[in-house]
Design a protein around this ligand. Sequence first.
Ligand code: NAP
Length: 270
Amino acid sequence: MARDLTDQVVVITGASSGIGAATAVACARAGMDMVLSGRDAARLDDVARQVRATGRGAETVAGDITDAGLNTRLLDTAAARFGRFDVVLANAGYGFKRPMHETGEAELRRIFEVNFFAASALLCEAARRLIAVGRRGHLLMTSSAVAKFTLVNFGAYSATKAAQNHVCRALRLELHPHGIEVSSVHPITTRTGFFRRADEYVGQPTEPALPFGRAPAWFTQPPERVAEAIVRCLRRPRPEVWTSFTTRLAAGLMTAFPRMADVIGRRVGD
Ligand SMILES: NC(=O)c1ccc[n+]([C@@H]2O[C@H](COP(=O)([O-])OP(=O)(O)OC[C@H]3O[C@@H](n4cnc5c(N)ncnc54)[C@H](OP(=O)(O)O)[C@@H]3O)[C@@H](O)[C@H]2O)c1
């Protein structure tokens, strides 16, 4: 039976734009209250206004996800305002396109701090709190399709997403006895601020090209599609959330046939 999300409380990081913002609105429409986080306080407030317009409650906590104590503040805010949290989506993240051997150590450490360490720490703290009070819950991370393969010049980003995928797998096995669900989300190219930010980061276009040219509009998706898939997963929990069966199948084939993965990987993103 599908779970009723009415009056459940969700904490979402990276909620000021893109997939996080769309998921906030989708969760509100499903009847959930929430705590939203991101660095841009003005955009965060705008998303919170959209949530409140549906009749649901929204608190915002602005800050860098790597700030000491931010994860704790997010969960404390949920407890103070709504009495608890049921769902946590660690979604904040960014990417850049650069050959691995030209990626500086500081750059590599920073992307792991944001995409991997902060997200892992949040879900682990949430798990400890749920276990302490004997509550069930659902923990999710926005990973990526490139958790399963990589493309030329996307090594650092893909590595963070693969690491997220493994952490979710481990947590899912370990938290099963406590009745806590864990899911990783694997979007394909999604029309958000992600690629603009990545372009700004390296000073050149970032969006991966396909073997037959740049990704056409039909091969990309709006963030609302990911948001709807996440809400479906909250209703009927599953290990991984995918919005493209073709890409999921291709990821499986690339794992089984690494030489083929190299041929595709060299062409895509070049
Ligand atoms: N777009 C895609 O094609 C795609 C595909 C697969 C996976 N993803 C993943 O989806 C997630 C969301 O990305 P998006 O596509 O929605 O891009 P986006 O529109 O750029 O959103 C990224 C979000 O993360 C937040 N963020 C980034 N760095 C942060 C930091 N240091 N501290 C706190 N918040 C931070 C941003 O908030 P502020 O700017 O306000 O801090 C923003 O809310 C990311 O984890 C990304 O890797 C995206």
